[in-house]
Design a protein around this ligand. Structure first.
Ligand code: R5P
Length: 288
């Protein structure tokens, strides 16, 4: 999959993409623009039982150094763009927040930069991506291009836009593209020459929806998911993540994965709700 790359880059990517060619990334970076989102108020506690199931964590540099044990030995995908929050008019006014050398000092396996193509600050975000690709190249540090949608682009989770945005990330040199699932998703994958992972998006209604998403992503040729809210906002995060793992790495079909999820739901695996979720919290959680 990454045959043309240098040894260092391939070695780093091996901590993100498992030997079976699939990648289960747990996204917990939401706080960089959403604040203490429901389910991720206390990151260390929220992920404590989830780590055995994942290949890598996607997170901000501050949460890595303040909440994650320095014995963590899985892949680390560091968010490298930011500077805008949900309290602003939109979330696309991002700049680079991390230098490649700082990512190396944190033992990152890769860095992630969002682009908001077609939005007011689209050009700036594409330059963020190219600047990071050029800087990261000095260290053989892989770069993940993330096709973001904010308020202005919220209706663009469809194949024409996502193909356009994913292809542009690949053309600029991203090693992996993270985008959204959509109808006709196989076309997005075919038109993108580098591997694709899919964001989970806002919380889906049922476990079946979550597992079908994961199954369909793989069937369409993507390498995996970089999923957040559908795991850690779930009433039973470990159970649903075990189902996702079963599909990505165990070859399970949706029904078998659903059975696995059900079998793991119990008082011990139930998420502890630390705070009452307000209407505002729900709205914030659903903004992208
Ligand atoms: C966007 O890049 C966000 O920061 C998340 O990493 C991404 O949306 C994946 O998380 P979720 O599955 O909650 O959408």
């Amino acid at each position: 999959m990454f045959e043309n790359m240098s040894w260092g880059k391939r070695n780093r990517l091996a901590s993100i993409v498992a030997a079976d060619g699939h990648a289960l990334m747990l996204a917990i970076d939401h706080g960089y623009f959403m604040g203490p989102t429901t389910g991720m108020e206390r990151p260390a506690e929220a992920i404590a039982t989830l780590l055995p199931y994942i290949d890598s964590l996607m997170l901000s540099p501050g949460i890595l150094s303040s909440c994650i044990s320095n014995s963590f030995a899985k892949g680390i995908v560091l968010r490298a763009s930011g500077g805008n929050t949900v309290l602003d008019a939109d979330i696309d006014d991002e700049e680079l927040i991390l230098e490649a050398v700082e990512a190396i000092k944190l033992n990152a396996s890769a860095v992630a930069v969002s682009v908001f193509i077609g939005s007011e600050h689209g050009h700036q975000t594409l330059m963020n991506l190219t600047d990071m690709i050029n800087a990261a190249s000095k260290f053989n540090l892989p770069v993940l291009g993330v096709t973001g949608v904010g308020k202005a682009l919220k209706d663009r989770k469809e194949k024409r836009y996502l193909s356009h945005a994913s292809r542009i990330c690949a053309e600029l040199g991203a090693d992996i593209v993270k985008t959204y699932y959509c109808d006709g998703f196989e076309e997005v994958v075919v038109k993108c020459p580098v591997p694709i992972v899919v964001a989970g998006g806002p919380k889906l209604d049922t476990d079946k929806d979550v597992l079908e998403l994961c199954y369909n992503v793989i069937q369409c040729g993507a390498i995996g998911v970089d999923m957040g809210r559908n795991v850690w906002q779930h009433a039973y995060p470990e159970a649903i993540l075990a189902g996702v793992h079963g599909i990505l790495h165990g070859g399970l079909k949706v029904k078998a994965a659903l059975d696995l999820v059900e079998s793991l739901k119990n008082d011990k695996t139930r998420r502890k709700e630390l705070f009452v979720e307000t209407k505002e919290d729900v709205a914030t959680s659903r903004l992208h």
